[in-house]
Design a protein around this ligand. Structure first.
Ligand code: KG4
Ligand code: ZN
Length: 348
């Protein structure tokens, strides 16, 4: 096995990448993001997402092959996300990969999207594999769809140790951004506004109540608390939406900053609980779209320094959904002989 083509179409990104197993490196990485298509709706519209996947999949795969300076005939195996995600979007990548596997007699491997995020932290900025990440480690993975922690024992060996009880952290960023009239997705906009006021905690929003020694996240109450605080300030009306006269840029900054600091505190607290429960873990990795956030990266770095643990944030280009993490997981699955067959289906 030498070249693995990774295909990711679980939501609103079409990703393809090539991992060279001899060089142990991502040698091509192509991505199309549909953000512009969904912006006006304030969130991902599944039907639009799957149609766009269908339009872009062959272009993006061809782009990755060109970057890798190879043709589809040179590919040894196809690694493709088969869940979790939007079924219509997943089916585009999966059927595309199955078609190639069947017609060119290639191996195919169905890959769990969340395993992709967990192991994206082992990729360095230049696409090579970071061999200094010590096992076992704790992985914190946070995006618009999930917020979870795993204890990772080795390549492909991991156990879920905690997750959100309701919404994902990215959902909290996106929904608050919507209420503030900042558009979709909201995480980066919230970070920009918070940076302008020095990441101060103006409103002390409620932190998730935690049970001692139990790792769990909850962001639904926080989202509601922010909304009702804005209603109280006259900046938001539950039927009419944002009240631009009261929703000053100063208030937007204060809300954004307080939200980000609150989520930073929630993450840090759960990380502390996790290392207390699993003292054998040597490092913390941080992955998923929310891991692009520099404030959260700095907070978790400080937390790890205080605990005497290593902090390994994922390079931003591999935080959001991408084909590289799928190709990488495919590479070690292929090395273990763990292939799927053509009946591989969407998992969930
Ligand atoms: O991993 P991802 O691209 O897609 C999902 O699987 O959901 O994550 C998207 C999420 C969105 O909720 C977005 O607001 C959030 O990642 N995000 C951020 C930042 N950049 C993206 N959240 C906080 N700070 C950021 N800088
Ligand atoms: Zn994802």
């Amino acid at each position: 096995m030498s070249l693995i083509l990774g295909i990711e179409t679980s939501c609103d990104e079409t990703g393809a990448a090539v991992f060279d197993t001899a060089a142990q490196k991502i040698v091509a990485h192509a991505l199309f993001s549909q953000i512009e298509l969904h912006k006006i709706y304030g969130g991902v519209v599944p039907e639009i997402a799957s149609r766009s996947q269908l339009e872009k999949i062959d272009l993006i795969v061809q782009h990755a092959l060109t970057q890798a300076n190879c043709s589809i005939n040179d590919i040894d195996a196809l690694a493709v996300t088969n869940g979790p995600g939007l079924v219509g979007s997943l089916l585009v990548g999966l059927c595309f990969a199955k078609g190639i596997a069947w017609s060119l007699n290639k191996k195919i491997i169905g890959i769990d999207h969340l395993e992709g995020h967990i192991f994206s932290s082992l990729l360095l900025q230049d696409g090579s594999v970071n061999n200094t990440v010590p096992f076992p480690f704790i992985s914190l993975s946070a995006s618009g769809g999930h917020t979870m922690m795993h204890l990772v024992h080795g390549l492909g060996q991991y156990e879920l140790i905690g997750q959100t009880l309701d919404d994902a952290a990215g959902e909290a960023f996106d929904k608050v951004a919507k209420v503030l009239g900042l558009g979709y997705p909201g995480g980066a906009a919230i970070e920009r506004l918070a940076a302008a006021v020095g990441f101060q905690d103006f409103f002390a929003y409620p932190r998730t109540k935690t049970v001692a020694n139990k790792i769990a996240f909850s962001f639904s109450g926080l989202k509601t608390a922010v909304l009702y605080d804005l209603v109280k300030r006259g900046a938001y009306d539950l039927t009419a939406g944002p009240n631009v006269a009261a929703l000053t840029s100063e208030l937007q900054q204060q809300v954004a900053s307080s939200l980000l600091v609150c989520i930073g505190d929630i993450f840090a607290k759960q990380v502390k609980i996790a290392f207390k429960r699993y003292p054998q873990a040597k490092a913390l990795t941080f992955a998923g779209g929310v891991a692009c956030n520099n404030y959260l990266r700095a907070q978790l770095n400080d937390t790890c320094i205080r605990l005497g643990k290593k902090f390994i944030p994922t390079p931003p280009q591999f935080c959001t959904d991408n084909g590289a993490m799928i190709a990488f997981v495919g590479s070690y699955r292929a090395a273990q002989g763990l292939f799927s067959d053509l009946s591989v289906d969407v998992t969930r």
